[in-house]
Design a protein around this ligand. Structure first.
Ligand SMILES: Cc1ncc(COP(=O)(O)O)c(C=O)c1O
Length: 435
């Protein structure tokens, strides 16, 4: 059908085709109407029995509490978030991270995704002085969900990283600081933004890289946004022992309850100086009046008791760390001694990032061919937005969420290896046997 109405420029940008729409559409279908699909796309957290049991227990406690359920379902919260939750969260962050923050440093949003929409459009785009500012991504590939969030075009500028080749089919991206400094020197950067651990690669920027980015942001008089969706202190999908969470006056840190196993509650958290959290609350009231409060009600007592820390350390981290290691072994088993494949070293998150050096077709096409064989992955092209120069590396990577059923993941990895072998042997003509 043809749309009879004209969309605004900003509307068309938000309502058009995008990588994140395709990804969420694929994910939603695989989890509802197409259960036969081997699901290595999307960023859905795994259903870890101990985590699911905890949420069931908490829901039972809420139901048993005299009027908690009625208050949760029947009342609007203030747009900044639920006041008792904010108080518990500030106390928890101060105790576990050694910070000195108050509820005024916190704001809740409808998922981390909404927080980024607000932050990016607050800090970049057309400015009152007639100029225009952009968000600097010091290292791409970076989270696909940012790419289409700008109300104005060209919101992002990104830097190509250095690639360190490691033994045993592994590699690691490192921030190329001369490029970051050159981008900052243009004077039109509104904020620096990184996800840590990084979606899609599982990279955890080192403490030294974060310190240097923080110093550069401070010197430029702009914020450093750190997307902590997988990070510390919760959900805790970080597999290094020395990666510390940081906060400062010029840092905006975002957290989320999603990767604890609560994506359906849509609860994001912004930790920042009060001018920023006030802006978040104001934007929430304009866009959605108030936030969802179920996640806050479920989690508040766990912040008070510290149970959220044992959940992160004893349930979340071991599950994803083991799965990342197993996926690496299955990948070695599937690809064997073939050359031309390597994985980003996985230091956190739910993902393995596969590089297929010299693949004769772009991974967007490989994604379609794998989908036809009932394997869902995310093509790498979507994660390299904001780059000026064309970089062949963009078309040779795949993001794999390996946290689903182990047999399914293993089978899917074998199908991927088989398809890649066929492509390398036969070029672009599909020789894929049905699996
Ligand atoms: C790096 C990163 N940031 C933010 C989000 C947004 O998550 P949510 O809106 O569920 O909090 C995601 C989701 O996958 C993510 O991977």
């Amino acid at each position: 059908m043809t749309n009879p109405w004209q969309f605004s420029l900003a509307g068309a940008r938000l309502a058009g085709r995008s990588g994140i729409l395709e990804l969420m559409d694929d994910l939603g279908r695989a989890l509802t109407t197409d259960p036969g699909m081997r699901m290595l796309g999307g960023g859905n957290p795994a259903h870890i029995p101990a985590a699911d049991a905890l949420w069931r227990r908490r829901m039972g406690e809420l139901m048993a509490d005299s009027d908690a359920l009625e208050r949760m379902l029947g009342n609007y919260d203030p747009p900044r978030g639920n006041p008792p939750f904010l108080k518990s969260l500030a106390g928890f962050l101060n105790r576990t991270c050694g910070w000195d923050i108050t509820p005024a440093h916190l704001a809740i949003t409808a998922g981390g995704q909404s927080a980024f929409f607000y932050l990016f459009n607050l800090l970049a785009g057309p400015m009152p002085d007639g100029g225009s500012r952009r968000i600097l991504l010091p290292l791409v590939p970076e989270y696909i969900g940012y790419a289409n969030q700008g109300l104005s075009p060209d919101l992002f500028v990104a830097c190509q990283p250095e690639i360190e080749i490691l033994p045993d089919h592994e590699f690691k991206y490192r921030v190329h600081f001369p490029s970051v400094e050159a981008a900052l020197a243009t004077g039109n950067i509104g904020a620096i933004c990184v996800s840590r651990p990084t979606n899609p690669t599982g990279n955890v920027l080192t403490n030294a890289e974060i310190t240097r980015l923080s110093e550069l942001a401070k010197a430029a008089g702009i914020p450093l946004i750190i997307d902590n969706a997988y990070g510390l202190p919760f959900p805790g999908a970080v597999f290094l022992d020395d990666a510390t969470p940081v906060f400062d006056d010029h840092i905006i840190l975002t957290l989320s309850l999603s990767k604890l196993g609560l994506p359906g509650t849509r609860t994001g958290i912004v930790v920042a100086r009060p001018e920023i959290t006030e802006a978040m609350a104001a934007m929430t009231s304009v866009v959605g009046l108030a936030n969802t409060n179920t996640g806050q009600q479920l989690v508040q007592p766990l912040l008070e008791s510290g149970e959220i820390i044992s959940l992160a350390r004893e349930v979340i981290r071991p599950f994803y760390e083991n799965r990342a290691r197993e996926a690496g072994q299955w990948m070695r088993e599937a690809f064997g001694d073939d050359s031309g494949w390597s994985l980003h070293r996985c230091e956190g998150s739910f993902f393995r990032w596969l590089r297929l050096t010299g693949l004769p077709i772009p991974t967007r096409e490989l994604y379609q061919r794998l989908k036809a064989r009932q394997v869902l992955v995310v093509p790498g092209e979507n994660f390299f937005f904001g780059l000026d120069a064309d970089w062949p590396h963009r078309t040779e990577c795949l993001r794999l969420n390996c946290s689903g059923n182990p047999e399914t993941v293993r089978e899917a990895l074998h199908i991927i290896a088989d398809e890649v072998r066929n492509i390398r042997l036969h070029g672009t003509i599909s020789a894929a046997p049905a699996v």
